[in-house]
Design a protein around this ligand. Structure first.
Ligand code: SAM
Length: 214
């Protein structure tokens, strides 16, 4: 697997509504780096797991046009409320994205929900016990990525934020996400991000991005 390491100044997550757990919100340093290096002003930037809107907020800061989907109503309402292009953010399961007539995107950067393989709460199905298996998590993620590719311009870059997770076992999410995604996208490289700066949390010194092309 082609691999490189980069260093980025850590940025605190932008935050969400009071009382809402935002521990899975990614640092704005990730979309800031990816969008500024791999797109141009007025390009269309997509995130199928928009969460609290970090990708969309940074896209607008950099004069790009954001689009996205979020399954959770509270997060969707927050994210849409943070951006000028609020009507480009939809509340639905990303599997349904073909229903929204999205234009073809220039770049996709996303942080999917992570599932440890010893868990039985599948975040892509809101914990529905009928879909409790890790294999069903990977299968749905793959289906969402296939739908995402359909609304990307040919050759457009896709960046997936991921990390291996350590619980009672090690879940090899980097490898598993690489395997499901490279069936449909051309793999470019894996990037290890090492964070710099005083604000870098002791337990979050680095993370990973998988880079593909549609
Ligand atoms: C890791 S978070 C994304 C955080 C985002 N990058 C941010 O900085 O706020 C993953 C998000 O995916 C959402 N999600 C889970 N299943 C989904 C689905 N099937 N379709 C769309 N969104 C989904 C979750 O509600 C969660 O907000």
């Amino acid at each position: 697997m082609k691999f490189k390491t980069i260093s980025l100044p850590y940025e605190r997550p932008l935050g969400g509504p009071a009382d809402e757990d935002n521990s899975d919100q990614y640092t704005a340093a990730i979309p800031r780096n990816v969008i500024s290096l791999h797109s141009s002003e007025n390009d269309l930037i997509f995130d199928p797991f928009i969460g609290f809107g970090t990708t969309a907020i940074i896209a607008e800061e950099l004069n790009r046009i954001p689009y996205g989907i979020e399954a959770d109503r509270i997060r969707f309402e927050w994210a849409a409320g943070q951006v000028q292009h609020w009507n480009h953010i939809v509340h639905d399961d990303a599997l349904n994205l073909k229903n929204y007539n999205f234009p073809k995107m220039d770049l996709c950067v996303t942080s999917p929900p992570f599932m440890p393989m010893d868990d039985d709460w599948n975040p892509l199905y809101s914990g529905d016990p009928n879909y409790a298996e890790y294999s069903q998590y990977l299968g749905k993620l793959e289906s969402i990525l296939i739908k995402t590719k359909e609304i990307m311009k040919p050759g457009a870059p896709l960046f997936i934020h991921t990390d291996d997770i350590e619980t009672s076992v090690i879940t090899p999410l980097i490898n598993d996400m690489h395997n499901i995604t490279s069936k449909h996208f051309d793999f470019v490289e894996m990037i290890k991000i090492e964070f710099s700066g005083e604000e870098t949390p002791d337990d979050y010194q680095s993370t990973h991005l998988l880079h593909f092309r549609a």
